[in-house]
Write a protein that binds this ligand. Structure first.
Ligand code: ADP
Ligand code: ZN
Length: 218
């Protein structure tokens, strides 16, 4: 099963993708995470992407397509993929279709998580993640039970705040979303694989809505 999660920054794609991976044995492919890894390891790609990401602009198609191509060919034991933050342009969507085709796969669902713009800023500004396992938290809506350690892995290493999670960068990211990514909604609607889910509910409710969509007997 291959799923794309589509939605503006802060819609909850990463949170839902992580939970769905556990549930269905899927592999999460987040180009945002891959680019942040590349930045951390100081690779050429990472160095070039860093300033673009900090501003909230899109990294060029060829870079992210190459990142995804590498992962798709090393599928390992996963039952399929959850694409989170990819594709973000029509060009990327075409490339993904090609890549899946050449590996004998196809897309099963494209799930649009829609959330009002006014909510996104609240979500983005308070969020952080565990440096060790990547679990996502929010100051107000999902704080760790003990503020010094991660609920999931117990790490007391540190929590990580993203450099691009500020109001200025979010403005640019939203603009990029509506300009470059939202045309994908029409594109996948025309292919009859688009499903819409209200991203405003609780994490668990949204998770259940997604499960009902992808697996109605669950
Ligand atoms: P969010 O969805 O919260 O904005 P991501 O972690 O998906 O965050 O992406 C962070 C940044 O990484 C983006 O603002 C962009 O600069 C870059 N990026 C991630 N995925 C892509 C992509 N598919 N195409 C171009 N740039 C990307
Ligand atoms: Zn952790």
């Amino acid at each position: 099963m291959n799923i794309i999660l589509l939605g503006p920054p802060g819609a909850g794609k990463g949170t839902q993708a992580r939970a769905l991976c556990d549930e269905y044995g899927l592999m999460q492919l987040s180009t945002g995470d891959m680019l942040r890894e590349a930045k951390k390891s100081q690779s050429e790609i990472g160095k070039r992407a860093a300033s673009i990401m900090a501003k909230g602009e899109l990294v060029t198609d060829d870079v992210v397509i190459a990142l995804i191509a590498n992962k798709i060919t090393e599928k390992e034991d996963a039952q399929g993929f959850i694409f989170d933050g990819f594709p973000r342009t029509l060009n990327q969507a075409d490339a993904l279709e090609e890549l899946l085709l050449t590996t004998g796969q196809s897309l099963d669902h494209v799930i649009e998580l829609f959330v009002d713009d006014s909510k996104l800023i609240e979500r983005i500004v308070g969020r952080f993640s565990c440096t060790n396992c990547g679990e996502l938290y929010h100051k107000l809506t999902k704080p760790p039970k003990d503020e010094r350690s991660c609920d999931i892995c117990g790490s007391t290493e540190s929590f990580n705040f993203r450099q691009d999670d500020n109001e200025d960068s979010l403005k640019t990211r939203l603009l990029a979303y509506y300009r470059d990514t939202s045309p994908l909604i029409g594109f996948y609607h025309a292919k009859r694989i688009l499903r819409k889910i209200d991203g405003l509910g609780s994490i668990d409710d949204i998770q259940q809505d997604i499960k009902n969509l992808v697996d109605p007997d669950f």
